[in-house]
Each structure stands twice: as C-alpha cells, then as structure tokens.
Design a protein around this ligand. Structure first.
Ligand code: HEC
Ligand code: HEC
Length: 152
C-alpha cells in the first residue's frame, strides 16, 4: 500500500519537474515521504532550521501528542536528509524563539497573512498544519503558487 502511494506520487510529480519548477520544488525524498507523509504531508526540510530538525527527530516518541518512533537507521537517514536541506538560518517563532512548528514561525505567519481568520476555521481546513487542504500538490512536497486552491 505504502509503495503504491509513493509510485503514484512520483508519477504525478513528474510534469511539475519537467515544467522547470527548479530544485526548490523537487519531490520529497522517498523515505521522508513514506515515513513522515502518512499522518500529514511530508513537510519540506527548508521550512525549519537544523536545530529544530535535530530536536524534533530526537523526540519522535513524544511527537505533538503522537508516537512517531522509527527504527534508529531510518531515523538517522531522515534526520540527515532534513538537516542537509534545512533552512540556512534557524526559523524563529513570532516570539523570537526557535520553534518545532512550521506554522508558528514568523515566516509562515507572514506568508499566509492574506488568509482570513474565518477561512482557517472552515471544516475543510480546520488547522494551519493541514497544508494539503489548500496546496493541492503538498503531498509531493510542492507548494507552488499556481497549485493553491482554497477550499470552500
Ligand atoms: C503517527 C503520526 C505521525 C507521524 C508518523 C509523523 N507525524 Fe509529524 N505530526 C503528527 C501530528 C498529530 C502533528 C500535530 C498536528 C497539529 O497539531 O496540527 C504533527 C506535526 C508535525 C510538525 C509540525 C507541523 C506544524 O504545526 O507546523 C512537523 C514539523 C512534523 N510533524 C514533522 C514530522 C516528521 C519529520 C516526521 C517523520 C520523521 C513526522 N512528522 C511523522 C503526527 C505524525
Ligand atoms: C488556508 C489555505 C492554506 C493552508 C492550510 C496552507 N497554505 Fe501555504 N499558502 C496559502 C496561500 C493563500 C499562500 C500565498 C500565495 C501567495 O500569494 O504568494 C501560501 C503560500 C505558501 C508558500 C509560498 C509559495 C510560493 O511559491 O510563494 C509556501 C512554501 C507555503 N504556503 C507552505 C505551506 C505549508 C508548509 C503549509 C502547512 C504547514 C501551508 N502552506 C498551509 C494557503 C495555504
């Protein structure tokens, strides 16, 4: 089942790659997609800094109220990928402190400030971390402006 999902996602991501989207919008790493894309979309590594990724990967047993534990080898491989592709500087929250939540970073809040408060509360969206509600290709790691459709 998981393999099928990965294959389908990769073939869907191809047209975007051919359209010259550039490496920033390259499809998510297959291992990240498989292990971190089952409960939510595989969040792009560039949206958090190195310190945050190390902290997050070091506490997968207490992952935002979930248990996302991985075997040590898989965890190390994913952590290495995340850190290698992390934001150059630590992403800070609106309080100026490092945060493990992309949605709490000043960058995220600024990028999404045009989305009205009532929109976030729609049942079709519910939470800011539900990227796929608006970014139709988020499950493949792509957040291009052209693929944004805010649901009613
Ligand atoms: C067992 C399910 C599960 C798995 C597997 C999982 N997560 Fe999560 N993750 C969650 C839940 C639940 C939340 C909190 C969602 C919320 O409160 O909006 C979350 C939140 C996050 C957030 C913060 C999102 C935000 O609000 O900005 C990040 C970053 C994240 N996960 C990364 C990962 C990474 C990296 C992996 C793979 C190593 C992973 N997750 C695997 C369940 C999971
Ligand atoms: C309610 C709908 C909605 C949700 C949910 C949402 N976004 Fe967005 N996102 C937008 C809109 C609208 C923009 C702004 C497009 C513009 O004008 O540049 C945007 C912009 C972006 C951009 C910049 C795109 C570009 O090419 O300039 C990124 C990256 C992004 N979002 C990532 C995320 C991530 C990661 C999540 C989940 C943690 C998320 N978004 C959740 C609606 C949403």
């Amino acid at each position: 089942m998981r393999n099928a999902i990965v294959i389908i996602s990769l073939s869907l991501a191809l047209p975007a790659a051919l359209a010259g989207e550039g490496s920033r919008k390259a499809p998510a790493d297959p291992l990240l997609q498989q292990e971190c894309g089952s409960c939510h979309v595989p969040f792009p590594p560039r949206l958090l800094g190195e310190t945050a990724w190390h902290k997050l990967m070091g506490s997968l047993d207490k992952h935002f109220g979930s248990d996302a534990t991985l075997d040590p080898k898989t965890r190390q491989a994913i952590e290495a990928y995340l850190v290698a592709n992390a934001a150059r500087q630590e992403r800070l929250g609106t309080d100026g402190q490092s945060t493990l939540r992309i949605t709490e970073t000043a960058w995220y809040q600024r990028e999404h400030d045009e989305v009205g408060r009532a929109v976030w509360q729609r049942p079709s969206i519910k939470r800011a971390s539900n990227c796929a509600a608006c970014h139709s290709q988020a499950d493949q790691g792509s957040f291009s402006e052209r693929q944004i459709h805010i649901p009613k």
